[in-house]
Design a protein around this ligand. Structure first.
Ligand SMILES: NC(=O)c1ccc[n+]([C@@H]2O[C@H](COP(=O)([O-])OP(=O)(O)OC[C@H]3O[C@@H](n4cnc5c(N)ncnc54)[C@H](O)[C@@H]3O)[C@@H](O)[C@H]2O)c1
Length: 319
């Protein structure tokens, strides 16, 4: 039986990953932790503890007391927020990861480490982006993600620690709001489409990016940790992909459900610059071959599901 500690659990990914892990391994076997939302829904459904990943003794005590054998280390500062405070992103993303790896080493835990399309940069081949390629990102977030991938590999090679991970594309979900990334437009647009029938997008209409619906990201995060280690050639930073679209194409797909939907553009140069440095499509053949990765949601299926779930979620507010 697994005993899992999730850091950064109150965020966009953790809000859906924790319930999925609890469903699979038992609610009492999954300890959600974060520096915020100690009273949130995750604390109603199972154990929750305030843990700051930059505080190594605090993280160590939580792992020891819970007798965790697996860490899902989600705590991070995302791309746009990281550019507003690069040193903070460095401290949380790399300092926090180093702490998680050291604590895992002391207690023999397996560790899931999420990387990102942000681990690539302008000199990376953008379409398709190979599993192994040039990684010279130009954001602090990206710098911490590349270094994190290497650190995760290092702990496996040097200490035999069972580190694994995927590179998430931009994630789309309806449960928790996104945490200040460059692909947040692809979530905000749904709220505004339902509430106002219009949305002002901060990226240019033809900015194509790699994206994924949250249920696929959650399945990937569990599948890679359950994969038979003897068949893994890679361990960390598996490219995974599901759909690629531009803001204009997303607006068009929404218009098939909300015909009068109006899309306007007010481009934010910071996030536009970040988006242009990222891949348009990851080559996910290594994940497909080594642990059977395959997405379930394409653009059409994601839009239909997002609108249906968000209409339901926003209905009590009278929208
Ligand atoms: N959401 C995406 O589109 C996306 C894409 C690629 C990769 N990722 C990666 O997935 C992981 C989860 O991302 P997310 O979207 O849930 O982010 P999020 O910003 O929604 O959540 C991150 C959580 O970490 C917490 N946190 C911040 N500092 C902390 C600290 N010092 N100690 C403990 N917790 C702290 C925050 O309170 C927040 O709840 C991150 O590693 C992120 O880089 C996300």
């Amino acid at each position: 039986m697994k005993r899992i500690l999730v850091t950064g659990a109150s965020g966009q990914v953790g809000s859906e990953l924790v319930p999925a892990l609890r469903q699979r391994y038992g609610a009492q076997n999954v300890l959600a932790s974060d520096i915020r939302n100690a009273e949130g829904p995750l604390s109603q459904e199972g154990p929750f503890q305030v843990v700051d990943c930059t505080d190594r003794p605090g993280l160590e005590a939580a792992v020891r007391e819970f007798e965790a054998d697996t860490l899902y280390h989600l705590a991070a500062i995302l791309s746009a927020v990281g550019e507003a405070n690069p040193l903070k992103a460095y401290e949380v993303n790399l300092g926090g990861l180093a702490n998680a790896l050291e604590v895992a080493r002391a207690h023999g835990c397996a560790v899931f480490i999420p990387s990102s399309i942000a681990a690539f940069g302008p000199s990376t081949p953008p379409d398709p982006t190979p599993q192994e390629t040039i990684q010279r990102p130009t954001t602090m977030y990206g710098v911490t993600k590349v270094a994190g991938e290497l650190l995760a590999d290092y702990y496996f090679l040097r200490y035999g620690l069972d580190t694994r991970g995927v590179r998430y594309p931009g994630l789309i979900s309806y449960l928790a709001p996104p945490g200040g990334g460059t692909t947040d437009y692809a979530v905000e647009i749904f709220y505004e489409a339902i509430r106002e029938g219009r949305y002002s997008c901060f990226l240019k209409p033809d900015t194509k990016l790699d994206m994924m619906y949250m249920p696929d990201a959650i399945r990937a995060s569990i599948a890679v940790m359950e994969a038979d280690p003897s068949v893994l050639k890679h361990r960390n930073a598996f490219n995974i992909a599901a759909m690629q679209f531009t803001p204009e194409e997303l607006a068009e797909a929404i218009r098939r459900h909300i015909p009068g939907f109006v899309m306007e553009y007010e481009v934010d140069p910071l996030r536009q610059g970040i988006a242009e440095s990222w891949p348009r499509r990851l080559d996910d053949s290594a994940a497909r071959e080594e642990w059977g990765w395959s997405p379930e949601y394409d653009l059409e299926a994601m839009v239909a599901d997002m609108l249906s779930n968000l209409r339901h979620k926003l209905a009590p507010a009278g929208v």
